[in-house]
Design a protein around this ligand. Sequence first.
Ligand code: GLN
Length: 542
Amino acid sequence: MARLIFITGGVVSSLGKGLASAALGALLQARGYRVRLRKLDPYLNVDPGTMSPFQHGEVYVTDDGAETDLDLGHYERFTAVSSAKSDNITAGSIYQRVIDKERKGGYLGRTVQVIPHVTDAIKEFVMTGEDEVDFLLVEIGGTVGDIEGLPFFEAIRQLGNELGHERAAFVHLTLVPYIETAGELKTKPTQHSVKELRSIGIQPDILLCRASVPIPEDERRKIALFCNVRKECVIQGLDFPTIYSAPIRYHQEGFDTQVLKVFGITDAPEPDLSRWNWVVDRVTNPEGEVRIAVVGKYMQVKDSYKSLSEALTHGGLANNVKVHMDWIDSEIFERDDAAVYLENVHGILVPGGFGERGTEGKIEAVKFARERRVPFFGICYGLHMAVIEAARDLAGLEGAGTTENGHPRHPVIALMTEWTKGNAIETRKEDADMGGTMRLGAYTAMLKPGSRVAEIYGANEISERHRHRYEVNVGYTRQLAEHGFQVSGWSPDGKLPEIMEFPDHPWFIGVQFHPELKSRPFAPHPLFASFVAAAVKQGRLV
Ligand code: GLN
C-alpha cells in the first residue's frame, strides 16, 4: 500500500512544481523507497499531442506510446523510473472516459455528475497500481482556483479523507515575492493561496515557498501561523544554480524529512546523495566548453526542446564540458548565408519538428554540416531534412522532399502504411484522426554490425521512442547509399530505416526516433555523449 503525496501550486504558475515533485521523488528514492510520479492536467485537450509546442512546450513520449506533459520528462530524469500511459491524464481524457461510459449505459440511467462520477474516474486513475510502490507522488497541474482544476482538487480532497493522515500528505507550492522598494518579502499571496485551498477542504501539510532571497525566521513563523502548518513545514525554495542541485538543496531545507514526518516516519535512512553531488560537481566545474547550434522552429519557447537541451547537457557531463547551445530559427538561413551563424560552432543539431515553415533553412544547415565536415546530429525531422539534402545535392534528385509538405517529385520521405511490430501488423491511414496516425512509443531497431552507431551503443539491438508519421522511403535508400549516406539501423522487419550515417564524415548521424527522451544526468545517452565528444574534437581543430 503506497502513501500518497499530492503536490499543488498557488499564486502563479511556472514556479517549478514539476521539478520540486521530481526532486522529492529522487530524495525518497535515495532513502531506499520505491516511488512513482503522476501528473493530473486540468486542461480539456485529451492529451498534449495535438497542442502546439508554442502553447505547451515539449510533448514527452513514454515507452508505451503516450504523449504526455513535459513534467514526466523531469520525473524520469530525476528518478530513472520509466513513465507510462497511466502516469498522466487530462481533464479532457477523464471527461471522455465518463461520457463514453455514459453512452454505453454504464451509469444505469443515473444522472451523471462531476461529483461523484468525474471525481471517481480521477480517483480510479490516481490509485491504479498504487500497491507497486512505497510512495506515489501526484502533481496537479495549474494553480488552485482555476475553474478546470476543481474536480481534481475535489478528488484529492476525497482521497485524503479516505486514506487518512497515515497515507496522504498535501504539499503546496507558493511564491513569496520580494518587493524591491520596500526591501521586504511578502507572505500575503501565500496566505491567500492557502485560504483558497482550505476553502475547498484541503489543509496543506507542507508549504514549499519559492523566494528570490532567504526567508527570515519571522516570516516563516507568520506563514506557519496564518496557514495552520508547523514552522518546520514552511520550506524555502530558492533559485538553483542548476536544476540538478534541487534534490540536494531541498534536502538541506528539510523537505523530505518533513514529508516523512507527516506520515509519522522518523527513522528513515538518510538519503544517499552521492550521484547528485557528482552531477552538480560536473555541471559547475566543467573543463571546457563546446558550442552546439540547434537549428529548429520553436526557438522562442525553450521548453519546446526541454529533453533535448537536457540531453545535450548530459552529453557535456559525459565529456566534462559545458555545452553552450545556440538556438537558431532555421528561417534565417532562407535569407542569410548559413556560414555567418555556423562557422564558429562545434556541432549542428536539427531536432524534431512538424510542417513546412523553415524546412529549406534546416536543409541549408544540413548542407553546411555535411560539406564543412561539422559534427551533425539529425533527430526525426532532422533526419528527414538530411535525407532530402543528400537526395537533392548528392544523388541529383531534383525536387526531392517529404509528402508531409505536399507532393514532391521524389518523395524520399513518405508515409509508410504497413509494417510489423513483434508478430503484429501495424497500419496507418493518411486520413485518420490527428493523434491517431503516429508511430508512438518504444520500437526496437537492429544496428548494422561495424557501423558507427553500433560502436556508439555497444550493441546490435536497441530500443528507442518514436513520435512521427513519416519515414525514410526505402525506395531511395540504395541510391542514397551509393552516395555515401547509409542506413545503419533498421526496424526488425527490415521495412523501416531507423538510423542513417555518413561513414566518411567525422560525425554525421540521423535517427528516426527521439534519443533525448531516454537520457539521464547520471546515464547520459550514448548518442549525445558521442556527439558532444565529436564536438570537443572539432573544437580542437578550429
Ligand atoms: N513531422 C515529422 C513526422 O511526422 C517528424 C516528426 C518529429 O520530428 N517528431 O514524421
